[in-house]
Design a protein around this ligand. Structure first.
Ligand SMILES: [Zn+2]
Length: 253
């Protein structure tokens, strides 16, 4: 009887142990949470520089700056905001080829909170097809224009396999903040705790040529590694949708 209850409590303890130690597959699945809004990294010691609104005339030189620093960035590209994405095809391909994360910022920079399901899907599939045509992959990460979400938008993102990224520091470049004012926000937020995912835009000279070099130095002096958004969430293996896709030959918007 005593032996029986000992065996029983031992097996209960082992069962509890098995539940409390997740398998590697379970860890990956939890990090990759489609349809949920993520604002910052899931680990300390990293910084995920994430640039919205490109491709733009600065994209190629921004890739060069990141490459020279051994840093990886995340580019939330649109299809048409600053001209047709195919006109910047070489810069998009270069960012992808050099290991930066390419992610979606919708086709027209639409406010998805104001759209119905089929319009939201069209905003996503058109830019997906452009990425397939340019480098053969569909992204699995997106940032909503104006950071605008809604319950129907989030359910479409879940169904389409997208992790939704917003931010935990707004550089404010879109709102006439100077690079120095942006720098103060990073200094105030500090380098400890889980890594930051800032909101910033590659379409401002001051962001690309003043703030980014400052952030590269800030990261170095605080022992932060500059990584992609997916990497900062331990999800680097899932930054693109699974499967192979075929281009449709389109080269104009
Ligand atoms: Zn934007």
């Amino acid at each position: 009887m005593l032996l029986n209850s000992l065996v029983l409590s031992l097996s209960v303890a082992l069962g509890a142990l098995a539940v409390s130690v997740p398998s590697p597959i379970e860890v990956i699945r939890r990090a990759h949470t489609t349809g949920a809004v993520i604002t910052k990294c899931s680990k300390p010691g990293v910084l995920a520089l994430a640039f919205d609104d490109g491709p733009y005339t600065f994209t190629s030189s921004l890739v060069d700056k990141l490459d020279a620093a051994g840093a990886k960035g995340t580019f939330f590209f649109t299809g048409t905001l600053y001209g047709c994405i195919y006109n910047q095809k070489a810069a998009v391909k270069k960012a992808y080829d050099n290991g930066h994360q390419i992610a979606s910022h919708t086709w027209t920079h639409a406010n998805l909170a104001n759209l119905g399901t089929s319009q939201i899907q069209t905003e996503m599939t058109k830019v997906e097809q452009a990425f397939v045509n340019i480098f053969g992959k569909k992204p699995a990460y997106m940032r909503p224009p104006n950071l605008a979400t809604s319950s129907s938008m989030l359910s479409v993102m879940k169904q389409m396999g997208y992790v939704v990224i917003t931010d935990d520091i707004d550089a404010g470049d879109w709102n006439h903040q100077t690079a120095q004012q942006s720098e103060q926000k990073f200094t105030a937020a500090g380098a400890s705790g889980n890594g930051h995912i800032p909101l910033m835009h590659e379409t401002y000279d001051s962001t690309v040529n003043t703030l980014v070099p400052w952030l590269i130095n800030w990261a170095k002096s605080n022992n932060l590694k500059i990584v992609t958004v997916a990497e900062c969430l331990d999800d680097a293996a899932n930054m693109y949708q699974p499967g192979n896709f075929t281009g449709n030959g389109a080269s104009s918007c």
